[in-house]
Design a protein around this ligand. Structure first.
Ligand code: HEC
Length: 162
């Protein structure tokens, strides 16, 4: 976009000089086009579907949390996160991958467990995972060969991220 901007602007000044009547319309077209491009490159979050009923694909079925957070398990999860995930994820900010903060507002806990344990198949078949992959420029959420216990602890830790 940056490279063609001067050319587009030159074209406009030319059109403004040569045909005053058409100026307004062309300008409008350019602005809507520009807005469209900006939103496509910077704010794709909206294009990722939120489907709280989607449990994903993998070994976990109908997983739900206890009402209260298990702090001990969460701190084990934090340790796993620091060891295996921080190359690509920050707890509360977008990095190479998405932040984990607020994940249960956009994903079913079962889906989260399944993407941790079965990312390869999820990225091939699950509509949400596929959209994420596109948003993150094809960087794969790699299979870390987590045990189910590790995934469970991570899932608990995500509840505590503020
Ligand atoms: C090589 C970089 C990389 C590593 C290491 C990595 N991830 Fe990811 N992760 C990603 C990317 C990129 C995405 C989004 C695109 C995709 O799914 O491929 C993602 C997606 C996710 C999602 C879905 C997020 C959402 O908003 O729905 C979760 C949950 C997740 N990762 C957790 C983890 C955990 C926990 C670990 C450590 C065990 C981990 N990831 C390790 C790159 C990585």
């Amino acid at each position: 976009m940056k490279n063609i901007l001067p050319a587009v602007l030159t074209l406009f000044s030319f059109m403004m000089i040569s045909c005053g009547g058409g100026e307004k319309k062309e300008k409008f077209t350019y602005q809507t086009q520009k807005q469209k491009n900006t939103s496509n490159s910077n704010d794709n979050a909206k294009t990722i579907p939120v489907d709280m009923d989607n449990q994903g694909i993998g070994p976990i079925k109908d997983f739900t949390f206890e009402d209260s957070v298990n702090q001990e398990l969460a701190s084990i999860g934090e340790g796993v996160f620091k060891a295996k995930c921080t190359a690509c994820h920050k707890p509360a900010q977008k990095f190479i991958g998405p932040p984990m903060k607020g994940i249960y507002e956009r994903r079913n806990p079962t889906w989260v467990m399944n993407i941790l344990l079965n990312p390869d198949e999820m990225l091939q078949k699950d509509p949400v995972a596929k959209a994420l992959l596109e948003e993150y420029n094809g960087v794969l959420m790699i299979n870390q060969n987590l045990t189910e216990d590790e995934a469970r602890a991570l899932a608990e830790y995500f509840r505590t991220i503020k």
